[in-house]
Design a protein around this ligand. Structure first.
Ligand code: GRF
Length: 204
């Protein structure tokens, strides 16, 4: 196995996706290591998860910066100081600026709880329920300047049941998130993802 890829994970909430990535890095399924976890929210349980696995957990409060560009410049500085090669957005509830995207070309991934391009933006599970779709799911994609518009790496489908609430549907989607997000990161770490226009092809 070659050198391990260094990952930086950005979070705002409970961090169940972060946990699935930590677990797959620790059991050796992903040839990578998490160099740091950063949150804009000091209450995020995700920070606790990182600490309990000996991963540097950093809180950068957006309220302490003059604006988005200044905040993102500090994010980039901290990520680069930790040698991060792949940035993983795992429930990071902030729009990132072009300066951030340019600092990590084709090396920022996000997970979205819907089958993009359907239901981008906030409350994707609620959007799916309100629309009445019978199938939804989750999408791992590279991040570009738009909101949830970057090239799609992997998707998984989930049925919508008649009696679903936002909570029950979210829980069913999350099970699939925890499977495909680490899988997409593994392919990246193995240098097997090739972006060609809008398509992300997989090398054998
Ligand atoms: C997930 O639903 C993910 O799709 C979205 O944010 C949520 C993060 O959940 N981007 P968690 O903090 O990983 O539990």
């Amino acid at each position: 196995m070659g050198t391990q890829l260094k990952i930086g994970v950005l979070v705002s909430g409970s961090g169940t996706n972060l946990q699935s990535i930590i677990d797959r890095c620790e059991d050796g399924s992903i040839p990578a290591a998490i160099s740091c976890v950063i949150s804009n929210n000091e209450q995020a349980f995700a920070l606790e998860r990182a600490r309990s696995h000996g991963i540097p957990a950093i809180c950068l409060r957006h309220t302490e910066f003059s604006g988005r560009a200044a905040y993102d410049a500090e994010l980039v500085r901290v990520l680069q100081a930790h040698g991060v090669e792949l940035v993983v957005l795992a429930g990071f509830m902030r729009i990132i600026t072009p300066g951030f995207i340019e600092a990590f070309p084709n090396a920022i991934m996000n997970i979205h709880p819907a089958l993009l391009p359907a239901f981008p933006g906030l409350h994707a599970q609620r959007q799916a329920l309100d629309y009445g779709v019978k199938v939804t799911g989750c999408t791992v994609h590279f991040v570009d300047a738009g909101t949830d518009t970057g090239p799609i790496i992997m998707q998984a489908t989930v049925p919508v049941e008649q009696e679903d609430t936002e909570e029950t549907l979210s829980a069913r989607i999350r099970m699939e998130e925890h499977r495909i997000f680490p899988e997409a990161i593994r392919l990246f770490a193995e240098r097997r993802l090739k972006i060609e226009g809008r398509k992300v092809n997989r090398l054998l």
